[in-house]
Design a protein around this ligand. Structure first.
Ligand code: NAD
Length: 498
Protein backbone atom coordinates (compact mmCIF):
# COMPACT_ATOMS: atom_id res chain seq x y z
CA UNK A 1 0.00 0.00 0.00
CA UNK A 2 1.33 3.43 -0.91
CA UNK A 3 1.98 5.78 1.97
CA UNK A 4 0.19 9.09 1.52
CA UNK A 5 1.85 12.17 3.00
CA UNK A 6 -0.99 14.28 4.40
CA UNK A 7 -1.36 17.99 4.98
CA UNK A 8 -1.95 19.20 8.55
CA UNK A 9 -4.83 21.65 8.75
CA UNK A 10 -6.71 22.66 11.90
CA UNK A 11 -5.32 19.70 13.84
CA UNK A 12 -6.23 17.11 11.18
CA UNK A 13 -3.99 15.06 8.94
CA UNK A 14 -5.66 14.70 5.58
CA UNK A 15 -4.42 14.27 1.99
CA UNK A 16 -4.24 17.33 -0.23
CA UNK A 17 -7.29 17.64 -2.46
CA UNK A 18 -5.60 18.85 -5.66
CA UNK A 19 -5.49 16.49 -8.64
CA UNK A 20 -1.72 17.05 -8.80
CA UNK A 21 0.66 14.93 -6.76
CA UNK A 22 4.32 14.01 -6.47
CA UNK A 23 5.96 10.64 -6.03
CA UNK A 24 8.56 10.68 -3.25
CA UNK A 25 11.56 8.68 -4.35
CA UNK A 26 14.67 7.40 -2.54
CA UNK A 27 17.50 9.14 -4.45
CA UNK A 28 19.87 6.20 -3.79
CA UNK A 29 17.56 3.57 -5.33
CA UNK A 30 14.69 5.34 -7.20
CA UNK A 31 12.38 3.27 -5.00
CA UNK A 32 8.96 4.89 -4.57
CA UNK A 33 8.60 5.79 -0.87
CA UNK A 34 5.33 7.70 -0.69
CA UNK A 35 2.84 9.79 -2.58
CA UNK A 36 2.36 13.49 -1.93
CA UNK A 37 -1.01 14.85 -3.05
CA UNK A 38 -0.82 18.63 -3.44
CA UNK A 39 -3.08 21.06 -1.60
CA UNK A 40 -6.05 22.45 -3.51
CA UNK A 41 -7.04 26.12 -3.51
CA UNK A 42 -9.74 25.29 -0.94
CA UNK A 43 -7.16 23.51 1.28
CA UNK A 44 -4.94 26.59 1.25
CA UNK A 45 -7.89 28.84 2.09
CA UNK A 46 -8.88 26.58 5.01
CA UNK A 47 -5.30 26.54 6.29
CA UNK A 48 -5.12 30.36 6.20
CA UNK A 49 -8.53 30.87 7.77
CA UNK A 50 -7.77 28.30 10.48
CA UNK A 51 -4.42 29.93 11.24
CA UNK A 52 -6.06 33.37 11.44
CA UNK A 53 -8.70 32.01 13.84
CA UNK A 54 -6.08 30.29 16.00
CA UNK A 55 -4.07 33.52 16.11
CA UNK A 56 -6.81 35.27 18.07
CA UNK A 57 -6.23 32.99 21.07
CA UNK A 58 -2.59 31.99 20.55
CA UNK A 59 -1.35 35.58 20.71
CA UNK A 60 -2.83 35.83 24.22
CA UNK A 61 -1.13 32.69 25.56
CA UNK A 62 1.40 33.87 28.16
CA UNK A 63 4.95 34.05 26.82
CA UNK A 64 6.40 31.62 29.43
CA UNK A 65 3.75 29.08 28.36
CA UNK A 66 4.86 29.47 24.74
CA UNK A 67 8.45 28.97 25.91
CA UNK A 68 7.39 25.76 27.71
CA UNK A 69 5.92 24.42 24.45
CA UNK A 70 9.35 24.95 22.90
CA UNK A 71 11.05 23.20 25.84
CA UNK A 72 8.78 20.17 25.37
CA UNK A 73 9.42 20.24 21.61
CA UNK A 74 13.19 20.40 22.13
CA UNK A 75 12.93 17.38 24.45
CA UNK A 76 10.88 15.40 21.90
CA UNK A 77 13.18 16.29 19.00
CA UNK A 78 16.16 15.05 21.01
CA UNK A 79 14.32 11.87 22.01
CA UNK A 80 13.49 11.23 18.32
CA UNK A 81 16.82 12.46 16.94
CA UNK A 82 17.83 9.11 15.38
CA UNK A 83 14.38 8.42 13.99
CA UNK A 84 14.19 11.88 12.38
CA UNK A 85 17.65 11.45 10.89
CA UNK A 86 16.64 8.10 9.38
CA UNK A 87 13.53 9.58 7.76
CA UNK A 88 15.56 12.54 6.53
CA UNK A 89 18.31 10.29 5.10
CA UNK A 90 15.66 8.34 3.18
CA UNK A 91 13.94 11.22 1.50
CA UNK A 92 17.03 13.42 1.03
CA UNK A 93 19.77 10.78 0.66
CA UNK A 94 22.40 12.42 2.87
CA UNK A 95 24.48 10.15 5.12
CA UNK A 96 23.11 9.25 8.54
CA UNK A 97 25.80 11.27 10.31
CA UNK A 98 25.08 14.33 8.17
CA UNK A 99 21.33 13.83 8.71
CA UNK A 100 21.93 13.80 12.49
CA UNK A 101 23.72 17.14 12.06
CA UNK A 102 20.82 18.53 10.01
CA UNK A 103 18.37 17.70 12.82
CA UNK A 104 20.78 18.94 15.50
CA UNK A 105 21.22 22.38 13.93
CA UNK A 106 17.43 22.65 13.90
CA UNK A 107 17.20 21.63 17.56
CA UNK A 108 19.60 24.46 18.38
CA UNK A 109 17.10 26.96 16.92
CA UNK A 110 14.32 25.46 19.04
CA UNK A 111 16.58 25.98 22.07
CA UNK A 112 16.86 29.62 21.06
CA UNK A 113 13.05 29.81 20.86
CA UNK A 114 12.89 28.57 24.50
CA UNK A 115 14.48 31.91 25.36
CA UNK A 116 11.59 33.86 23.87
CA UNK A 117 10.67 35.91 26.98
CA UNK A 118 14.08 37.63 26.93
CA UNK A 119 14.01 37.99 23.14
CA UNK A 120 10.66 39.80 23.20
CA UNK A 121 11.72 42.42 25.74
CA UNK A 122 11.05 45.98 24.68
CA UNK A 123 12.72 49.22 25.77
CA UNK A 124 11.72 51.82 28.34
CA UNK A 125 12.77 55.38 29.06
CA UNK A 126 11.34 56.98 32.14
CA UNK A 127 10.63 60.74 32.22
CA UNK A 128 10.83 61.57 28.50
CA UNK A 129 8.80 64.66 29.52
CA UNK A 130 7.29 65.76 32.81
CA UNK A 131 5.41 62.74 34.26
CA UNK A 132 5.74 60.97 30.89
CA UNK A 133 7.32 57.56 30.22
CA UNK A 134 7.86 55.90 26.82
CA UNK A 135 8.12 52.16 26.41
CA UNK A 136 7.93 49.70 23.54
CA UNK A 137 6.25 46.31 23.42
CA UNK A 138 6.71 43.57 20.85
CA UNK A 139 3.62 42.02 19.32
CA UNK A 140 3.11 39.17 16.83
CA UNK A 141 2.03 39.81 13.23
CA UNK A 142 -0.58 37.11 12.59
CA UNK A 143 -0.35 34.35 9.99
CA UNK A 144 3.24 33.76 8.81
CA UNK A 145 4.34 31.45 6.00
CA UNK A 146 7.49 29.35 5.45
CA UNK A 147 8.64 27.90 2.12
CA UNK A 148 11.60 25.55 2.42
CA UNK A 149 14.11 23.77 0.13
CA UNK A 150 15.07 20.11 -0.20
CA UNK A 151 18.63 20.27 1.08
CA UNK A 152 18.03 20.71 4.83
CA UNK A 153 14.68 18.99 5.44
CA UNK A 154 14.83 19.44 9.24
CA UNK A 155 17.06 22.43 9.94
CA UNK A 156 15.37 24.94 7.65
CA UNK A 157 11.73 24.37 8.68
CA UNK A 158 13.09 24.61 12.25
CA UNK A 159 14.74 27.97 11.40
CA UNK A 160 11.23 29.27 10.87
CA UNK A 161 8.14 27.98 12.66
CA UNK A 162 9.42 27.59 16.26
CA UNK A 163 10.58 31.22 16.52
CA UNK A 164 7.56 32.59 14.63
CA UNK A 165 5.16 30.65 16.89
CA UNK A 166 7.10 31.49 20.06
CA UNK A 167 6.62 35.16 19.09
CA UNK A 168 2.84 34.56 19.18
CA UNK A 169 2.17 34.10 15.46
CA UNK A 170 0.50 31.20 13.74
CA UNK A 171 2.38 29.55 10.90
CA UNK A 172 1.80 27.75 7.59
CA UNK A 173 4.68 25.56 6.45
CA UNK A 174 5.00 24.62 2.77
CA UNK A 175 7.95 22.20 2.81
CA UNK A 176 9.89 21.14 -0.26
CA UNK A 177 7.76 18.77 -2.31
CA UNK A 178 10.90 16.63 -2.71
CA UNK A 179 11.38 15.89 1.02
CA UNK A 180 8.01 16.13 2.82
CA UNK A 181 8.48 13.06 5.05
CA UNK A 182 10.81 14.82 7.49
CA UNK A 183 8.51 17.84 7.65
CA UNK A 184 5.56 15.59 8.50
CA UNK A 185 7.42 14.06 11.46
CA UNK A 186 8.50 17.52 12.65
CA UNK A 187 4.86 18.61 12.61
CA UNK A 188 3.65 15.45 14.40
CA UNK A 189 6.17 15.97 17.19
CA UNK A 190 5.16 19.62 17.53
CA UNK A 191 1.55 18.54 17.95
CA UNK A 192 2.65 15.93 20.51
CA UNK A 193 4.51 18.70 22.39
CA UNK A 194 1.14 20.41 22.87
CA UNK A 195 0.76 22.87 19.99
CA UNK A 196 -2.92 23.90 19.86
CA UNK A 197 -4.95 23.20 16.74
CA UNK A 198 -4.44 25.72 13.91
CA UNK A 199 -1.25 27.27 15.30
CA UNK A 200 0.94 25.26 12.92
CA UNK A 201 -0.51 24.21 9.58
CA UNK A 202 1.22 22.34 6.75
CA UNK A 203 0.23 22.42 3.08
CA UNK A 204 1.94 20.87 0.05
CA UNK A 205 2.75 21.76 -3.53
CA UNK A 206 4.84 24.00 -5.73
CA UNK A 207 4.48 27.36 -7.47
CA UNK A 208 0.67 27.43 -7.55
CA UNK A 209 0.34 26.80 -3.81
CA UNK A 210 3.15 29.23 -2.96
CA UNK A 211 1.57 31.97 -5.08
CA UNK A 212 -1.78 31.41 -3.34
CA UNK A 213 -0.07 31.87 0.04
CA UNK A 214 1.69 35.03 -1.20
CA UNK A 215 -1.47 36.57 -2.60
CA UNK A 216 -3.82 35.78 0.30
CA UNK A 217 -4.77 39.00 2.12
CA UNK A 218 -4.46 37.34 5.56
CA UNK A 219 -0.82 36.16 5.30
CA UNK A 220 1.44 38.78 6.85
CA UNK A 221 5.04 37.57 6.49
CA UNK A 222 6.81 35.13 4.19
CA UNK A 223 10.11 33.35 4.93
CA UNK A 224 11.69 31.59 1.98
CA UNK A 225 14.85 29.51 1.59
CA UNK A 226 15.76 28.16 -1.85
CA UNK A 227 17.26 29.10 -5.20
CA UNK A 228 17.88 32.65 -6.46
CA UNK A 229 15.29 32.70 -9.31
CA UNK A 230 12.51 31.39 -7.06
CA UNK A 231 13.61 33.73 -4.24
CA UNK A 232 13.45 36.71 -6.60
CA UNK A 233 9.95 35.72 -7.72
CA UNK A 234 8.75 35.30 -4.13
CA UNK A 235 10.36 38.54 -2.96
CA UNK A 236 8.87 40.56 -5.83
CA UNK A 237 5.40 39.01 -5.60
CA UNK A 238 5.28 39.15 -1.79
CA UNK A 239 6.46 42.78 -1.67
CA UNK A 240 3.99 43.68 -4.42
CA UNK A 241 1.28 42.35 -2.11
CA UNK A 242 2.79 44.58 0.64
CA UNK A 243 3.91 41.61 2.74
CA UNK A 244 6.99 41.37 4.88
CA UNK A 245 9.37 39.02 3.01
CA UNK A 246 12.79 37.49 3.70
CA UNK A 247 14.44 35.25 1.07
CA UNK A 248 17.58 33.28 1.80
CA UNK A 249 18.82 32.17 -1.63
CA UNK A 250 21.58 30.47 -3.61
CA UNK A 251 25.30 30.99 -3.39
CA UNK A 252 28.82 30.55 -4.70
CA UNK A 253 31.21 30.49 -1.76
CA UNK A 254 34.97 31.09 -2.00
CA UNK A 255 37.69 29.80 0.32
CA UNK A 256 40.83 31.94 0.20
CA UNK A 257 43.95 29.87 0.95
CA UNK A 258 46.98 31.91 1.96
CA UNK A 259 50.41 30.30 1.49
CA UNK A 260 51.14 30.69 5.23
CA UNK A 261 48.20 28.44 6.18
CA UNK A 262 48.78 24.91 7.45
CA UNK A 263 48.51 22.64 4.40
CA UNK A 264 46.90 19.65 6.14
CA UNK A 265 44.35 21.84 7.90
CA UNK A 266 43.41 23.44 4.59
CA UNK A 267 43.04 20.13 2.77
CA UNK A 268 41.10 18.41 5.53
CA UNK A 269 38.68 21.32 5.86
CA UNK A 270 38.21 21.74 2.15
CA UNK A 271 37.31 18.10 1.49
CA UNK A 272 34.08 18.14 3.49
CA UNK A 273 33.25 21.76 2.66
CA UNK A 274 33.45 21.10 -1.09
CA UNK A 275 31.78 17.71 -1.50
CA UNK A 276 29.97 17.02 1.80
CA UNK A 277 26.22 16.48 1.24
CA UNK A 278 27.17 16.07 -2.46
CA UNK A 279 27.84 19.82 -2.54
CA UNK A 280 24.13 20.46 -1.96
CA UNK A 281 24.64 23.07 0.75
CA UNK A 282 24.12 26.79 0.36
CA UNK A 283 27.33 27.29 2.38
CA UNK A 284 29.41 24.66 0.52
CA UNK A 285 32.78 25.88 -0.69
CA UNK A 286 32.55 25.74 -4.47
CA UNK A 287 35.56 27.92 -5.32
CA UNK A 288 39.05 27.40 -3.83
CA UNK A 289 41.16 30.53 -4.32
CA UNK A 290 44.83 29.61 -3.91
CA UNK A 291 47.06 32.59 -3.17
CA UNK A 292 50.56 32.39 -4.66
CA UNK A 293 52.43 29.15 -3.93
CA UNK A 294 49.47 27.58 -2.12
CA UNK A 295 48.42 26.30 -5.58
CA UNK A 296 51.04 23.55 -5.08
CA UNK A 297 48.61 21.86 -2.68
CA UNK A 298 45.99 21.36 -5.38
CA UNK A 299 47.39 18.01 -6.56
CA UNK A 300 47.33 16.54 -3.06
CA UNK A 301 43.84 17.92 -2.49
CA UNK A 302 42.67 16.34 -5.75
CA UNK A 303 44.11 12.94 -4.79
CA UNK A 304 42.37 13.08 -1.41
CA UNK A 305 39.10 14.00 -3.11
CA UNK A 306 39.56 11.06 -5.49
CA UNK A 307 39.53 8.77 -2.44
CA UNK A 308 36.16 10.09 -1.22
CA UNK A 309 33.22 8.14 -2.55
CA UNK A 310 29.49 8.64 -2.30
CA UNK A 311 27.24 5.91 -0.97
CA UNK A 312 23.98 4.88 0.65
CA UNK A 313 23.02 6.70 3.84
CA UNK A 314 23.42 3.52 5.90
CA UNK A 315 27.03 3.02 4.71
CA UNK A 316 29.33 4.46 7.40
CA UNK A 317 32.19 4.65 4.88
CA UNK A 318 30.25 6.85 2.45
CA UNK A 319 31.55 10.43 2.27
CA UNK A 320 28.21 11.74 1.07
CA UNK A 321 24.98 10.62 -0.59
CA UNK A 322 23.38 10.94 -4.03
CA UNK A 323 22.10 14.09 -5.69
CA UNK A 324 18.46 14.70 -4.93
CA UNK A 325 17.04 13.65 -8.33
CA UNK A 326 18.04 12.39 -11.78
CA UNK A 327 17.24 15.91 -13.09
CA UNK A 328 19.64 17.48 -10.57
CA UNK A 329 22.34 15.00 -11.62
CA UNK A 330 21.81 15.78 -15.32
CA UNK A 331 22.01 19.51 -14.57
CA UNK A 332 25.34 19.16 -12.76
CA UNK A 333 26.73 16.87 -15.48
CA UNK A 334 25.73 19.43 -18.11
CA UNK A 335 27.61 22.12 -16.17
CA UNK A 336 30.70 19.88 -15.98
CA UNK A 337 30.49 19.43 -19.78
CA UNK A 338 30.18 23.21 -20.15
CA UNK A 339 33.32 23.67 -18.04
CA UNK A 340 35.26 21.31 -20.32
CA UNK A 341 33.96 23.09 -23.45
CA UNK A 342 34.89 26.49 -22.04
CA UNK A 343 38.48 25.37 -21.50
CA UNK A 344 38.74 24.65 -17.76
CA UNK A 345 41.17 21.88 -16.78
CA UNK A 346 39.12 18.90 -15.51
CA UNK A 347 41.55 17.35 -13.01
CA UNK A 348 39.04 14.94 -11.51
CA UNK A 349 35.87 13.80 -13.30
CA UNK A 350 33.08 12.43 -11.08
CA UNK A 351 30.80 11.44 -13.94
CA UNK A 352 30.40 7.68 -14.58
CA UNK A 353 30.45 7.16 -10.81
CA UNK A 354 29.12 3.75 -9.71
CA UNK A 355 28.17 2.62 -6.22
CA UNK A 356 28.15 -1.15 -5.73
CA UNK A 357 24.69 -2.48 -4.95
CA UNK A 358 22.95 0.78 -5.92
CA UNK A 359 22.99 0.94 -9.72
CA UNK A 360 20.12 3.44 -9.92
CA UNK A 361 21.29 6.12 -7.47
CA UNK A 362 21.91 9.70 -8.58
CA UNK A 363 25.64 9.36 -7.92
CA UNK A 364 28.30 11.82 -8.88
CA UNK A 365 31.91 11.49 -7.74
CA UNK A 366 34.03 14.39 -6.51
CA UNK A 367 34.99 16.65 -9.42
CA UNK A 368 37.76 19.23 -9.60
CA UNK A 369 38.40 21.91 -12.20
CA UNK A 370 41.62 23.95 -12.32
CA UNK A 371 42.37 27.06 -14.41
CA UNK A 372 38.81 28.32 -13.96
CA UNK A 373 38.11 31.88 -15.11
CA UNK A 374 35.33 34.19 -14.07
CA UNK A 375 33.58 34.16 -17.45
CA UNK A 376 32.92 30.39 -17.34
CA UNK A 377 29.47 29.05 -16.46
CA UNK A 378 31.00 26.75 -13.80
CA UNK A 379 32.19 29.92 -12.04
CA UNK A 380 29.16 32.12 -12.64
CA UNK A 381 26.42 29.62 -11.76
CA UNK A 382 25.65 27.78 -8.53
CA UNK A 383 26.43 24.15 -9.43
CA UNK A 384 24.97 22.54 -6.28
CA UNK A 385 26.96 19.35 -6.78
CA UNK A 386 30.29 17.87 -5.57
CA UNK A 387 32.29 20.09 -7.92
CA UNK A 388 35.18 22.31 -6.84
CA UNK A 389 36.54 25.13 -9.02
CA UNK A 390 40.19 25.97 -8.28
CA UNK A 391 41.65 29.37 -9.13
CA UNK A 392 44.99 31.04 -8.47
CA UNK A 393 45.60 34.69 -7.56
CA UNK A 394 48.84 36.50 -6.75
CA UNK A 395 47.97 38.06 -3.40
CA UNK A 396 45.25 38.99 -0.91
CA UNK A 397 44.30 42.12 -2.91
CA UNK A 398 43.47 39.98 -5.91
CA UNK A 399 41.60 37.46 -3.75
CA UNK A 400 39.46 40.23 -2.28
CA UNK A 401 38.76 41.71 -5.71
CA UNK A 402 37.70 38.29 -7.03
CA UNK A 403 35.35 37.51 -4.13
CA UNK A 404 33.90 41.02 -4.05
CA UNK A 405 33.11 40.91 -7.76
CA UNK A 406 30.95 37.83 -7.27
CA UNK A 407 27.24 38.67 -7.25
CA UNK A 408 26.68 36.16 -4.42
CA UNK A 409 27.47 36.87 -0.77
CA UNK A 410 26.37 33.99 1.43
CA UNK A 411 29.61 32.70 2.95
CA UNK A 412 33.37 32.77 2.54
CA UNK A 413 36.40 31.65 4.47
CA UNK A 414 40.08 32.43 4.71
CA UNK A 415 42.75 30.01 5.90
CA UNK A 416 45.87 31.75 7.12
CA UNK A 417 48.38 32.00 9.97
CA UNK A 418 48.32 35.79 9.72
CA UNK A 419 46.02 37.72 12.04
CA UNK A 420 46.56 40.81 9.91
CA UNK A 421 45.47 39.06 6.71
CA UNK A 422 42.43 37.55 8.43
CA UNK A 423 41.47 40.88 9.96
CA UNK A 424 41.75 42.70 6.65
CA UNK A 425 39.73 39.97 4.92
CA UNK A 426 36.91 40.06 7.49
CA UNK A 427 36.76 43.83 7.22
CA UNK A 428 36.89 44.26 3.44
CA UNK A 429 35.13 41.20 2.06
CA UNK A 430 31.58 41.86 0.82
CA UNK A 431 30.08 38.61 2.07
CA UNK A 432 27.70 38.21 4.98
CA UNK A 433 29.27 35.22 6.79
CA UNK A 434 33.03 34.88 7.13
CA UNK A 435 35.01 31.93 8.48
CA UNK A 436 38.57 32.40 9.68
CA UNK A 437 40.21 28.96 9.60
CA UNK A 438 36.61 27.65 9.62
CA UNK A 439 35.32 26.39 6.24
CA UNK A 440 31.53 26.67 6.68
CA UNK A 441 30.75 29.50 9.09
CA UNK A 442 27.03 28.91 9.72
CA UNK A 443 26.31 30.96 12.86
CA UNK A 444 24.68 29.38 15.91
CA UNK A 445 21.12 30.62 16.45
CA UNK A 446 21.84 33.33 19.02
CA UNK A 447 23.32 35.10 15.98
CA UNK A 448 21.47 35.39 12.66
CA UNK A 449 22.14 33.76 9.29
CA UNK A 450 23.37 36.84 7.48
CA UNK A 451 23.84 36.20 3.74
CA UNK A 452 24.36 39.27 1.51
CA UNK A 453 23.89 40.38 -2.09
CA UNK A 454 22.10 37.93 -4.44
CA UNK A 455 22.11 35.31 -1.65
CA UNK A 456 19.59 37.29 0.41
CA UNK A 457 16.60 39.50 -0.29
CA UNK A 458 15.04 41.41 2.55
CA UNK A 459 16.01 43.45 5.58
CA UNK A 460 15.92 41.06 8.53
CA UNK A 461 17.71 37.71 8.39
CA UNK A 462 16.83 34.18 9.49
CA UNK A 463 16.87 33.13 13.17
CA UNK A 464 18.50 34.97 16.09
CA UNK A 465 17.34 38.41 17.19
CA UNK A 466 16.73 39.50 13.60
CA UNK A 467 14.12 36.76 13.11
CA UNK A 468 12.30 37.90 16.26
CA UNK A 469 12.11 41.38 14.74
CA UNK A 470 10.99 39.89 11.41
CA UNK A 471 8.11 38.01 13.05
CA UNK A 472 6.94 40.91 15.27
CA UNK A 473 5.81 44.51 15.24
CA UNK A 474 7.06 47.07 17.72
CA UNK A 475 4.47 49.22 19.43
CA UNK A 476 5.71 52.32 21.24
CA UNK A 477 3.63 53.76 24.04
CA UNK A 478 3.96 57.22 25.54
CA UNK A 479 2.08 57.58 28.81
CA UNK A 480 1.49 60.43 31.24
CA UNK A 481 0.46 59.69 34.81
CA UNK A 482 0.70 63.06 36.61
CA UNK A 483 0.84 63.20 40.36
CA UNK A 484 -0.52 66.77 40.36
CA UNK A 485 -4.05 67.65 39.47
CA UNK A 486 -4.21 66.98 35.67
CA UNK A 487 -6.79 69.76 35.22
CA UNK A 488 -4.07 72.34 35.93
CA UNK A 489 -2.29 71.53 32.58
CA UNK A 490 -2.52 74.25 29.96
CA UNK A 491 -3.49 73.66 26.29
CA UNK A 492 -0.53 72.61 24.11
CA UNK A 493 -0.81 73.79 20.50
CA UNK A 494 2.60 72.34 19.44
CA UNK A 495 3.95 68.88 18.78
CA UNK A 496 6.45 69.12 21.67
CA UNK A 497 5.88 66.94 24.70
CA UNK A 498 5.37 69.29 27.62
P1 NAD B 1 13.94 25.77 -5.04
O1 NAD B 1 14.08 27.24 -5.17
O2 NAD B 1 13.78 24.97 -6.26
O3 NAD B 1 12.69 25.40 -4.09
C1 NAD B 1 12.54 25.98 -2.83
C2 NAD B 1 11.06 26.05 -2.49
O4 NAD B 1 10.39 26.89 -3.42
C3 NAD B 1 10.34 24.70 -2.53
O5 NAD B 1 9.46 24.63 -1.43
C4 NAD B 1 9.58 24.75 -3.85
O6 NAD B 1 8.38 24.02 -3.81
C5 NAD B 1 9.28 26.22 -4.02
N1 NAD B 1 9.23 26.61 -5.43
C6 NAD B 1 9.89 26.05 -6.48
N2 NAD B 1 9.63 26.71 -7.62
C7 NAD B 1 8.79 27.71 -7.30
C8 NAD B 1 8.17 28.76 -8.06
N3 NAD B 1 8.37 28.89 -9.37
N4 NAD B 1 7.36 29.62 -7.40
C9 NAD B 1 7.15 29.51 -6.09
N5 NAD B 1 7.71 28.54 -5.33
C10 NAD B 1 8.52 27.65 -5.91
O7 NAD B 1 15.23 25.29 -4.19
P2 NAD B 1 15.72 23.81 -3.87
O8 NAD B 1 16.27 23.21 -5.12
O9 NAD B 1 14.70 23.08 -3.08
O10 NAD B 1 16.94 24.14 -2.87
C11 NAD B 1 18.24 24.42 -3.29
C12 NAD B 1 18.51 25.90 -3.33
O11 NAD B 1 18.29 26.47 -2.05
C13 NAD B 1 19.96 26.23 -3.67
O12 NAD B 1 19.98 27.31 -4.56
C14 NAD B 1 20.56 26.62 -2.33
O13 NAD B 1 21.68 27.47 -2.40
C15 NAD B 1 19.40 27.30 -1.69
N6 NAD B 1 19.55 27.35 -0.24
C16 NAD B 1 19.82 28.57 0.34
C17 NAD B 1 20.01 28.65 1.71
C18 NAD B 1 20.32 29.96 2.39
O14 NAD B 1 20.18 30.04 3.58
N7 NAD B 1 20.73 30.98 1.68
C19 NAD B 1 19.90 27.49 2.50
C20 NAD B 1 19.61 26.28 1.87
C21 NAD B 1 19.42 26.23 0.50
Amino acid sequence: MTTIIPQFINGEYLPGQSTESQSIVDPATQQHLANLPYSSEADIERAIEGAEKAFASWRKVPVPERARLMLRYQHLLKAHHDELAEILAQDNGKTFEDAMGDVWRGIEVVEQACNIPSLLMGETVENVARDVDTYSITQPLGVCVGITPFNFPAMIPLWMFPLAIACGNTFILKPSEQVPMTALRLVELFEEAGCPSGVLQMVHGGKQQVDALLDAPLTRAISFVGSVPVGEHIYRRGCHQLKRVQCMAGAKNHMVIMPDADKNTVINNLLGAAVGAAGQRCMAISVAVFVGDAIQWLDELTEKLRAIRPGHWKDPEAGYGPLISPAAKQRVEALIAAGVNEGANLKLDGRQCQVAGFPDGNWLGPTVFADVTTDMRIYREEIFGPVLCAMQVANLDEALALVNNSPFGNGTSIFTASGAAARRYQSEVEVGQVGINIPIPVPLPFFSFTGWKKSFMGDLHAYGKQAVRFYTETKTITARWPEDDASSSAPNMTISLK
